[in-house]
Design a protein around this ligand. Structure first.
Ligand SMILES: Nc1ncnc2c1ncn2[C@@H]1O[C@H](COP(=O)(O)OP(=O)(O)OP(=O)(O)O)[C@@H](O)[C@H]1O
Ligand SMILES: [Mg+2]
Length: 375
């Protein structure tokens, strides 16, 4: 699947702009603050209905305007389809609403739209996956697995509900305001949702680890070996029943502590993913370049895992991914586009490795009066 063209209206710095894209490498070039990130953000919005950098997609609306619209024309194996998202309502100027159209027809829910456009994004916030707290790596797993499994998103919602209720009860119990009889049903609900989440994450990280190790080597890190490992709060041994038993056992073992703290101490909300480069924890001790290389390998690996699961090639959105990479890593990164996947790479300064490849790439320039230039 690839993006053919993108139309932006009232989106951040854009009043109206149209960009064409090619199937292989697309390079978005322009000075700082010219709207490069906004272009990849708009594509990501079509894939996920959310913005990576704005809590509310509504904040993408151009200042002083009531609505914004992003529309993309995609090619899925020769079949063309369009997807459009309006933020705010152009007819009523009602703010806050989000409408999604597929082939000009409004869809009833976000669920109906999800999965049609597959995209994987690397942007500056992605470094958090490597150097941020465990919650950043849980978010990464949730986004990646959720993009190909609505069932996972449902399990996650059930888990969060059970966790909230159970924690509220534990708080009341720790203050002596409630006896423990009501805890058992919430423990059951918690474990029932936790088991499929744990197994899904385990399966996902195993697949991710294989791809990430290969890509990390390809990214020119040479002899450096990236090891990615799921680090759940229960020991993973065997099937559903074994995980369920392990969760109950760990909950029992930590009951005194959870009463003391008024919160559940084990479960998927405490999971992490360990990342080692040559046996060293890159989360804590990696150099900036090593952390960036690991983050890039994880993003690219995520795209490969998604391709294996959905049979569609996700669009790779790489925002400002070349800075901090040395020449060989940057070159190797760009050579990945030779795999045929559609890539949208943004850059403010066009390093030599990028300049060398511009002849074969589709170039889009931001910050010019006519919005886009086709090569
Ligand atoms: N809601 C908004 N309304 C109007 N302008 C906005 C809005 N949000 C952001 N902008 C502006 O849009 C411009 C483009 O931002 P963007 O992040 O896309 O630039 P960029 O080319 O990626 O820059 P850099 O090279 O620094 O990463 C900036 O000048 C920013 O201030
Ligand atoms: Mg930017």
């Amino acid at each position: 699947m690839f993006l053919r063209s993108l139309t932006l209206e009232n989106l951040r710095c854009y009043e109206r702009a149209e960009f064409d894209f090619a199937p292989g490498l697309n390079v978005v070039l322009g000075p700082n603050a010219s709207g490069k990130t906004t272009v990849v953000e708009a594509i990501y919005l079509l894939a996920t209905t959310t913005s990576p950098r704005a809590g509310h997609a509504r904040s993408m609306v151009r200042h002083g305007e009531a609505w914004a619209r992003v529309a993309g024309v995609f090619d899925a194996g020769g079949r063309e389809f369009t997807m459009a998202i309006s933020l705010g309502d152009p007819s009523s100027a009602r703010s806050g609403s989000k409408t999604i159209e597929v082939d000009g027809r409004q869809v009833a829910s976000v669920r109906e739209a999800l999965g049609r456009v597959q995209a994987v994004l690397f942007w500056v916030g992605e470094l958090e996956v490597v150097k941020g707290p465990p919650s950043a790596r849980r978010r990464f797993m949730n986004t990646a697995i959720g993009q190909t499994s609505l069932r996972y998103l449902d399990d996650l919602a059930r888990y969060r509900r059970a966790l909230r209720q159970r924690n509220e009860l534990l708080k009341r119990m720790s203050r002596g305001g409630e006896d423990g009889r009501m805890l058992a049903p919430w423990t059951t609900a918690l474990v029932e949702a936790a088991v499929p989440i744990t197994l899904d994450r385990d399966q996902f990280v195993r697949a991710l680890a294989v791809e990430a190790a290969v890509l990390h080597r390809r990214l020119g890190a040479g002899s450096e070996e990236l090891r990615v490992c799921y680090d759940p709060s229960v020991a993973l041994c065997g099937d559903e029943t074994a995980v369920e038993a392990a969760l109950y056992e760990r909950l029992e073992q930590t009951h005194a502590r959870e009463m003391e703290r008024g919160s559940t101490q084990v479960g998927p909300h405490r999971d992490d993913v360990s990342l080692e480069v040559d046996g060293v924890d890159v989360r804590r001790f990696g150099s900036q370049g090593q952390q960036r290389t690991a983050a890039l390998a994880l993003t690219l690996a995520q795209a490969r895992v998604a391709r294996g699961r959905t049979d569609t090639e996700p669009i790779l959105l790489l925002d400002d991914c070349l800075s901090e990479l040395d020449a060989s890593r940057a070159g190797a990164m760009l050579d990945l586009s030779a795999d045929g996947q559609q890539m949208v790479v943004t850059s403010a300064c066009c390093p030599e490795q990028l300049a060398q490849r511009l002849d074969d790439a589709h170039v889009i320039c931001t910050g010019e009066d006519d919005g886009a230039r086709d090569d």
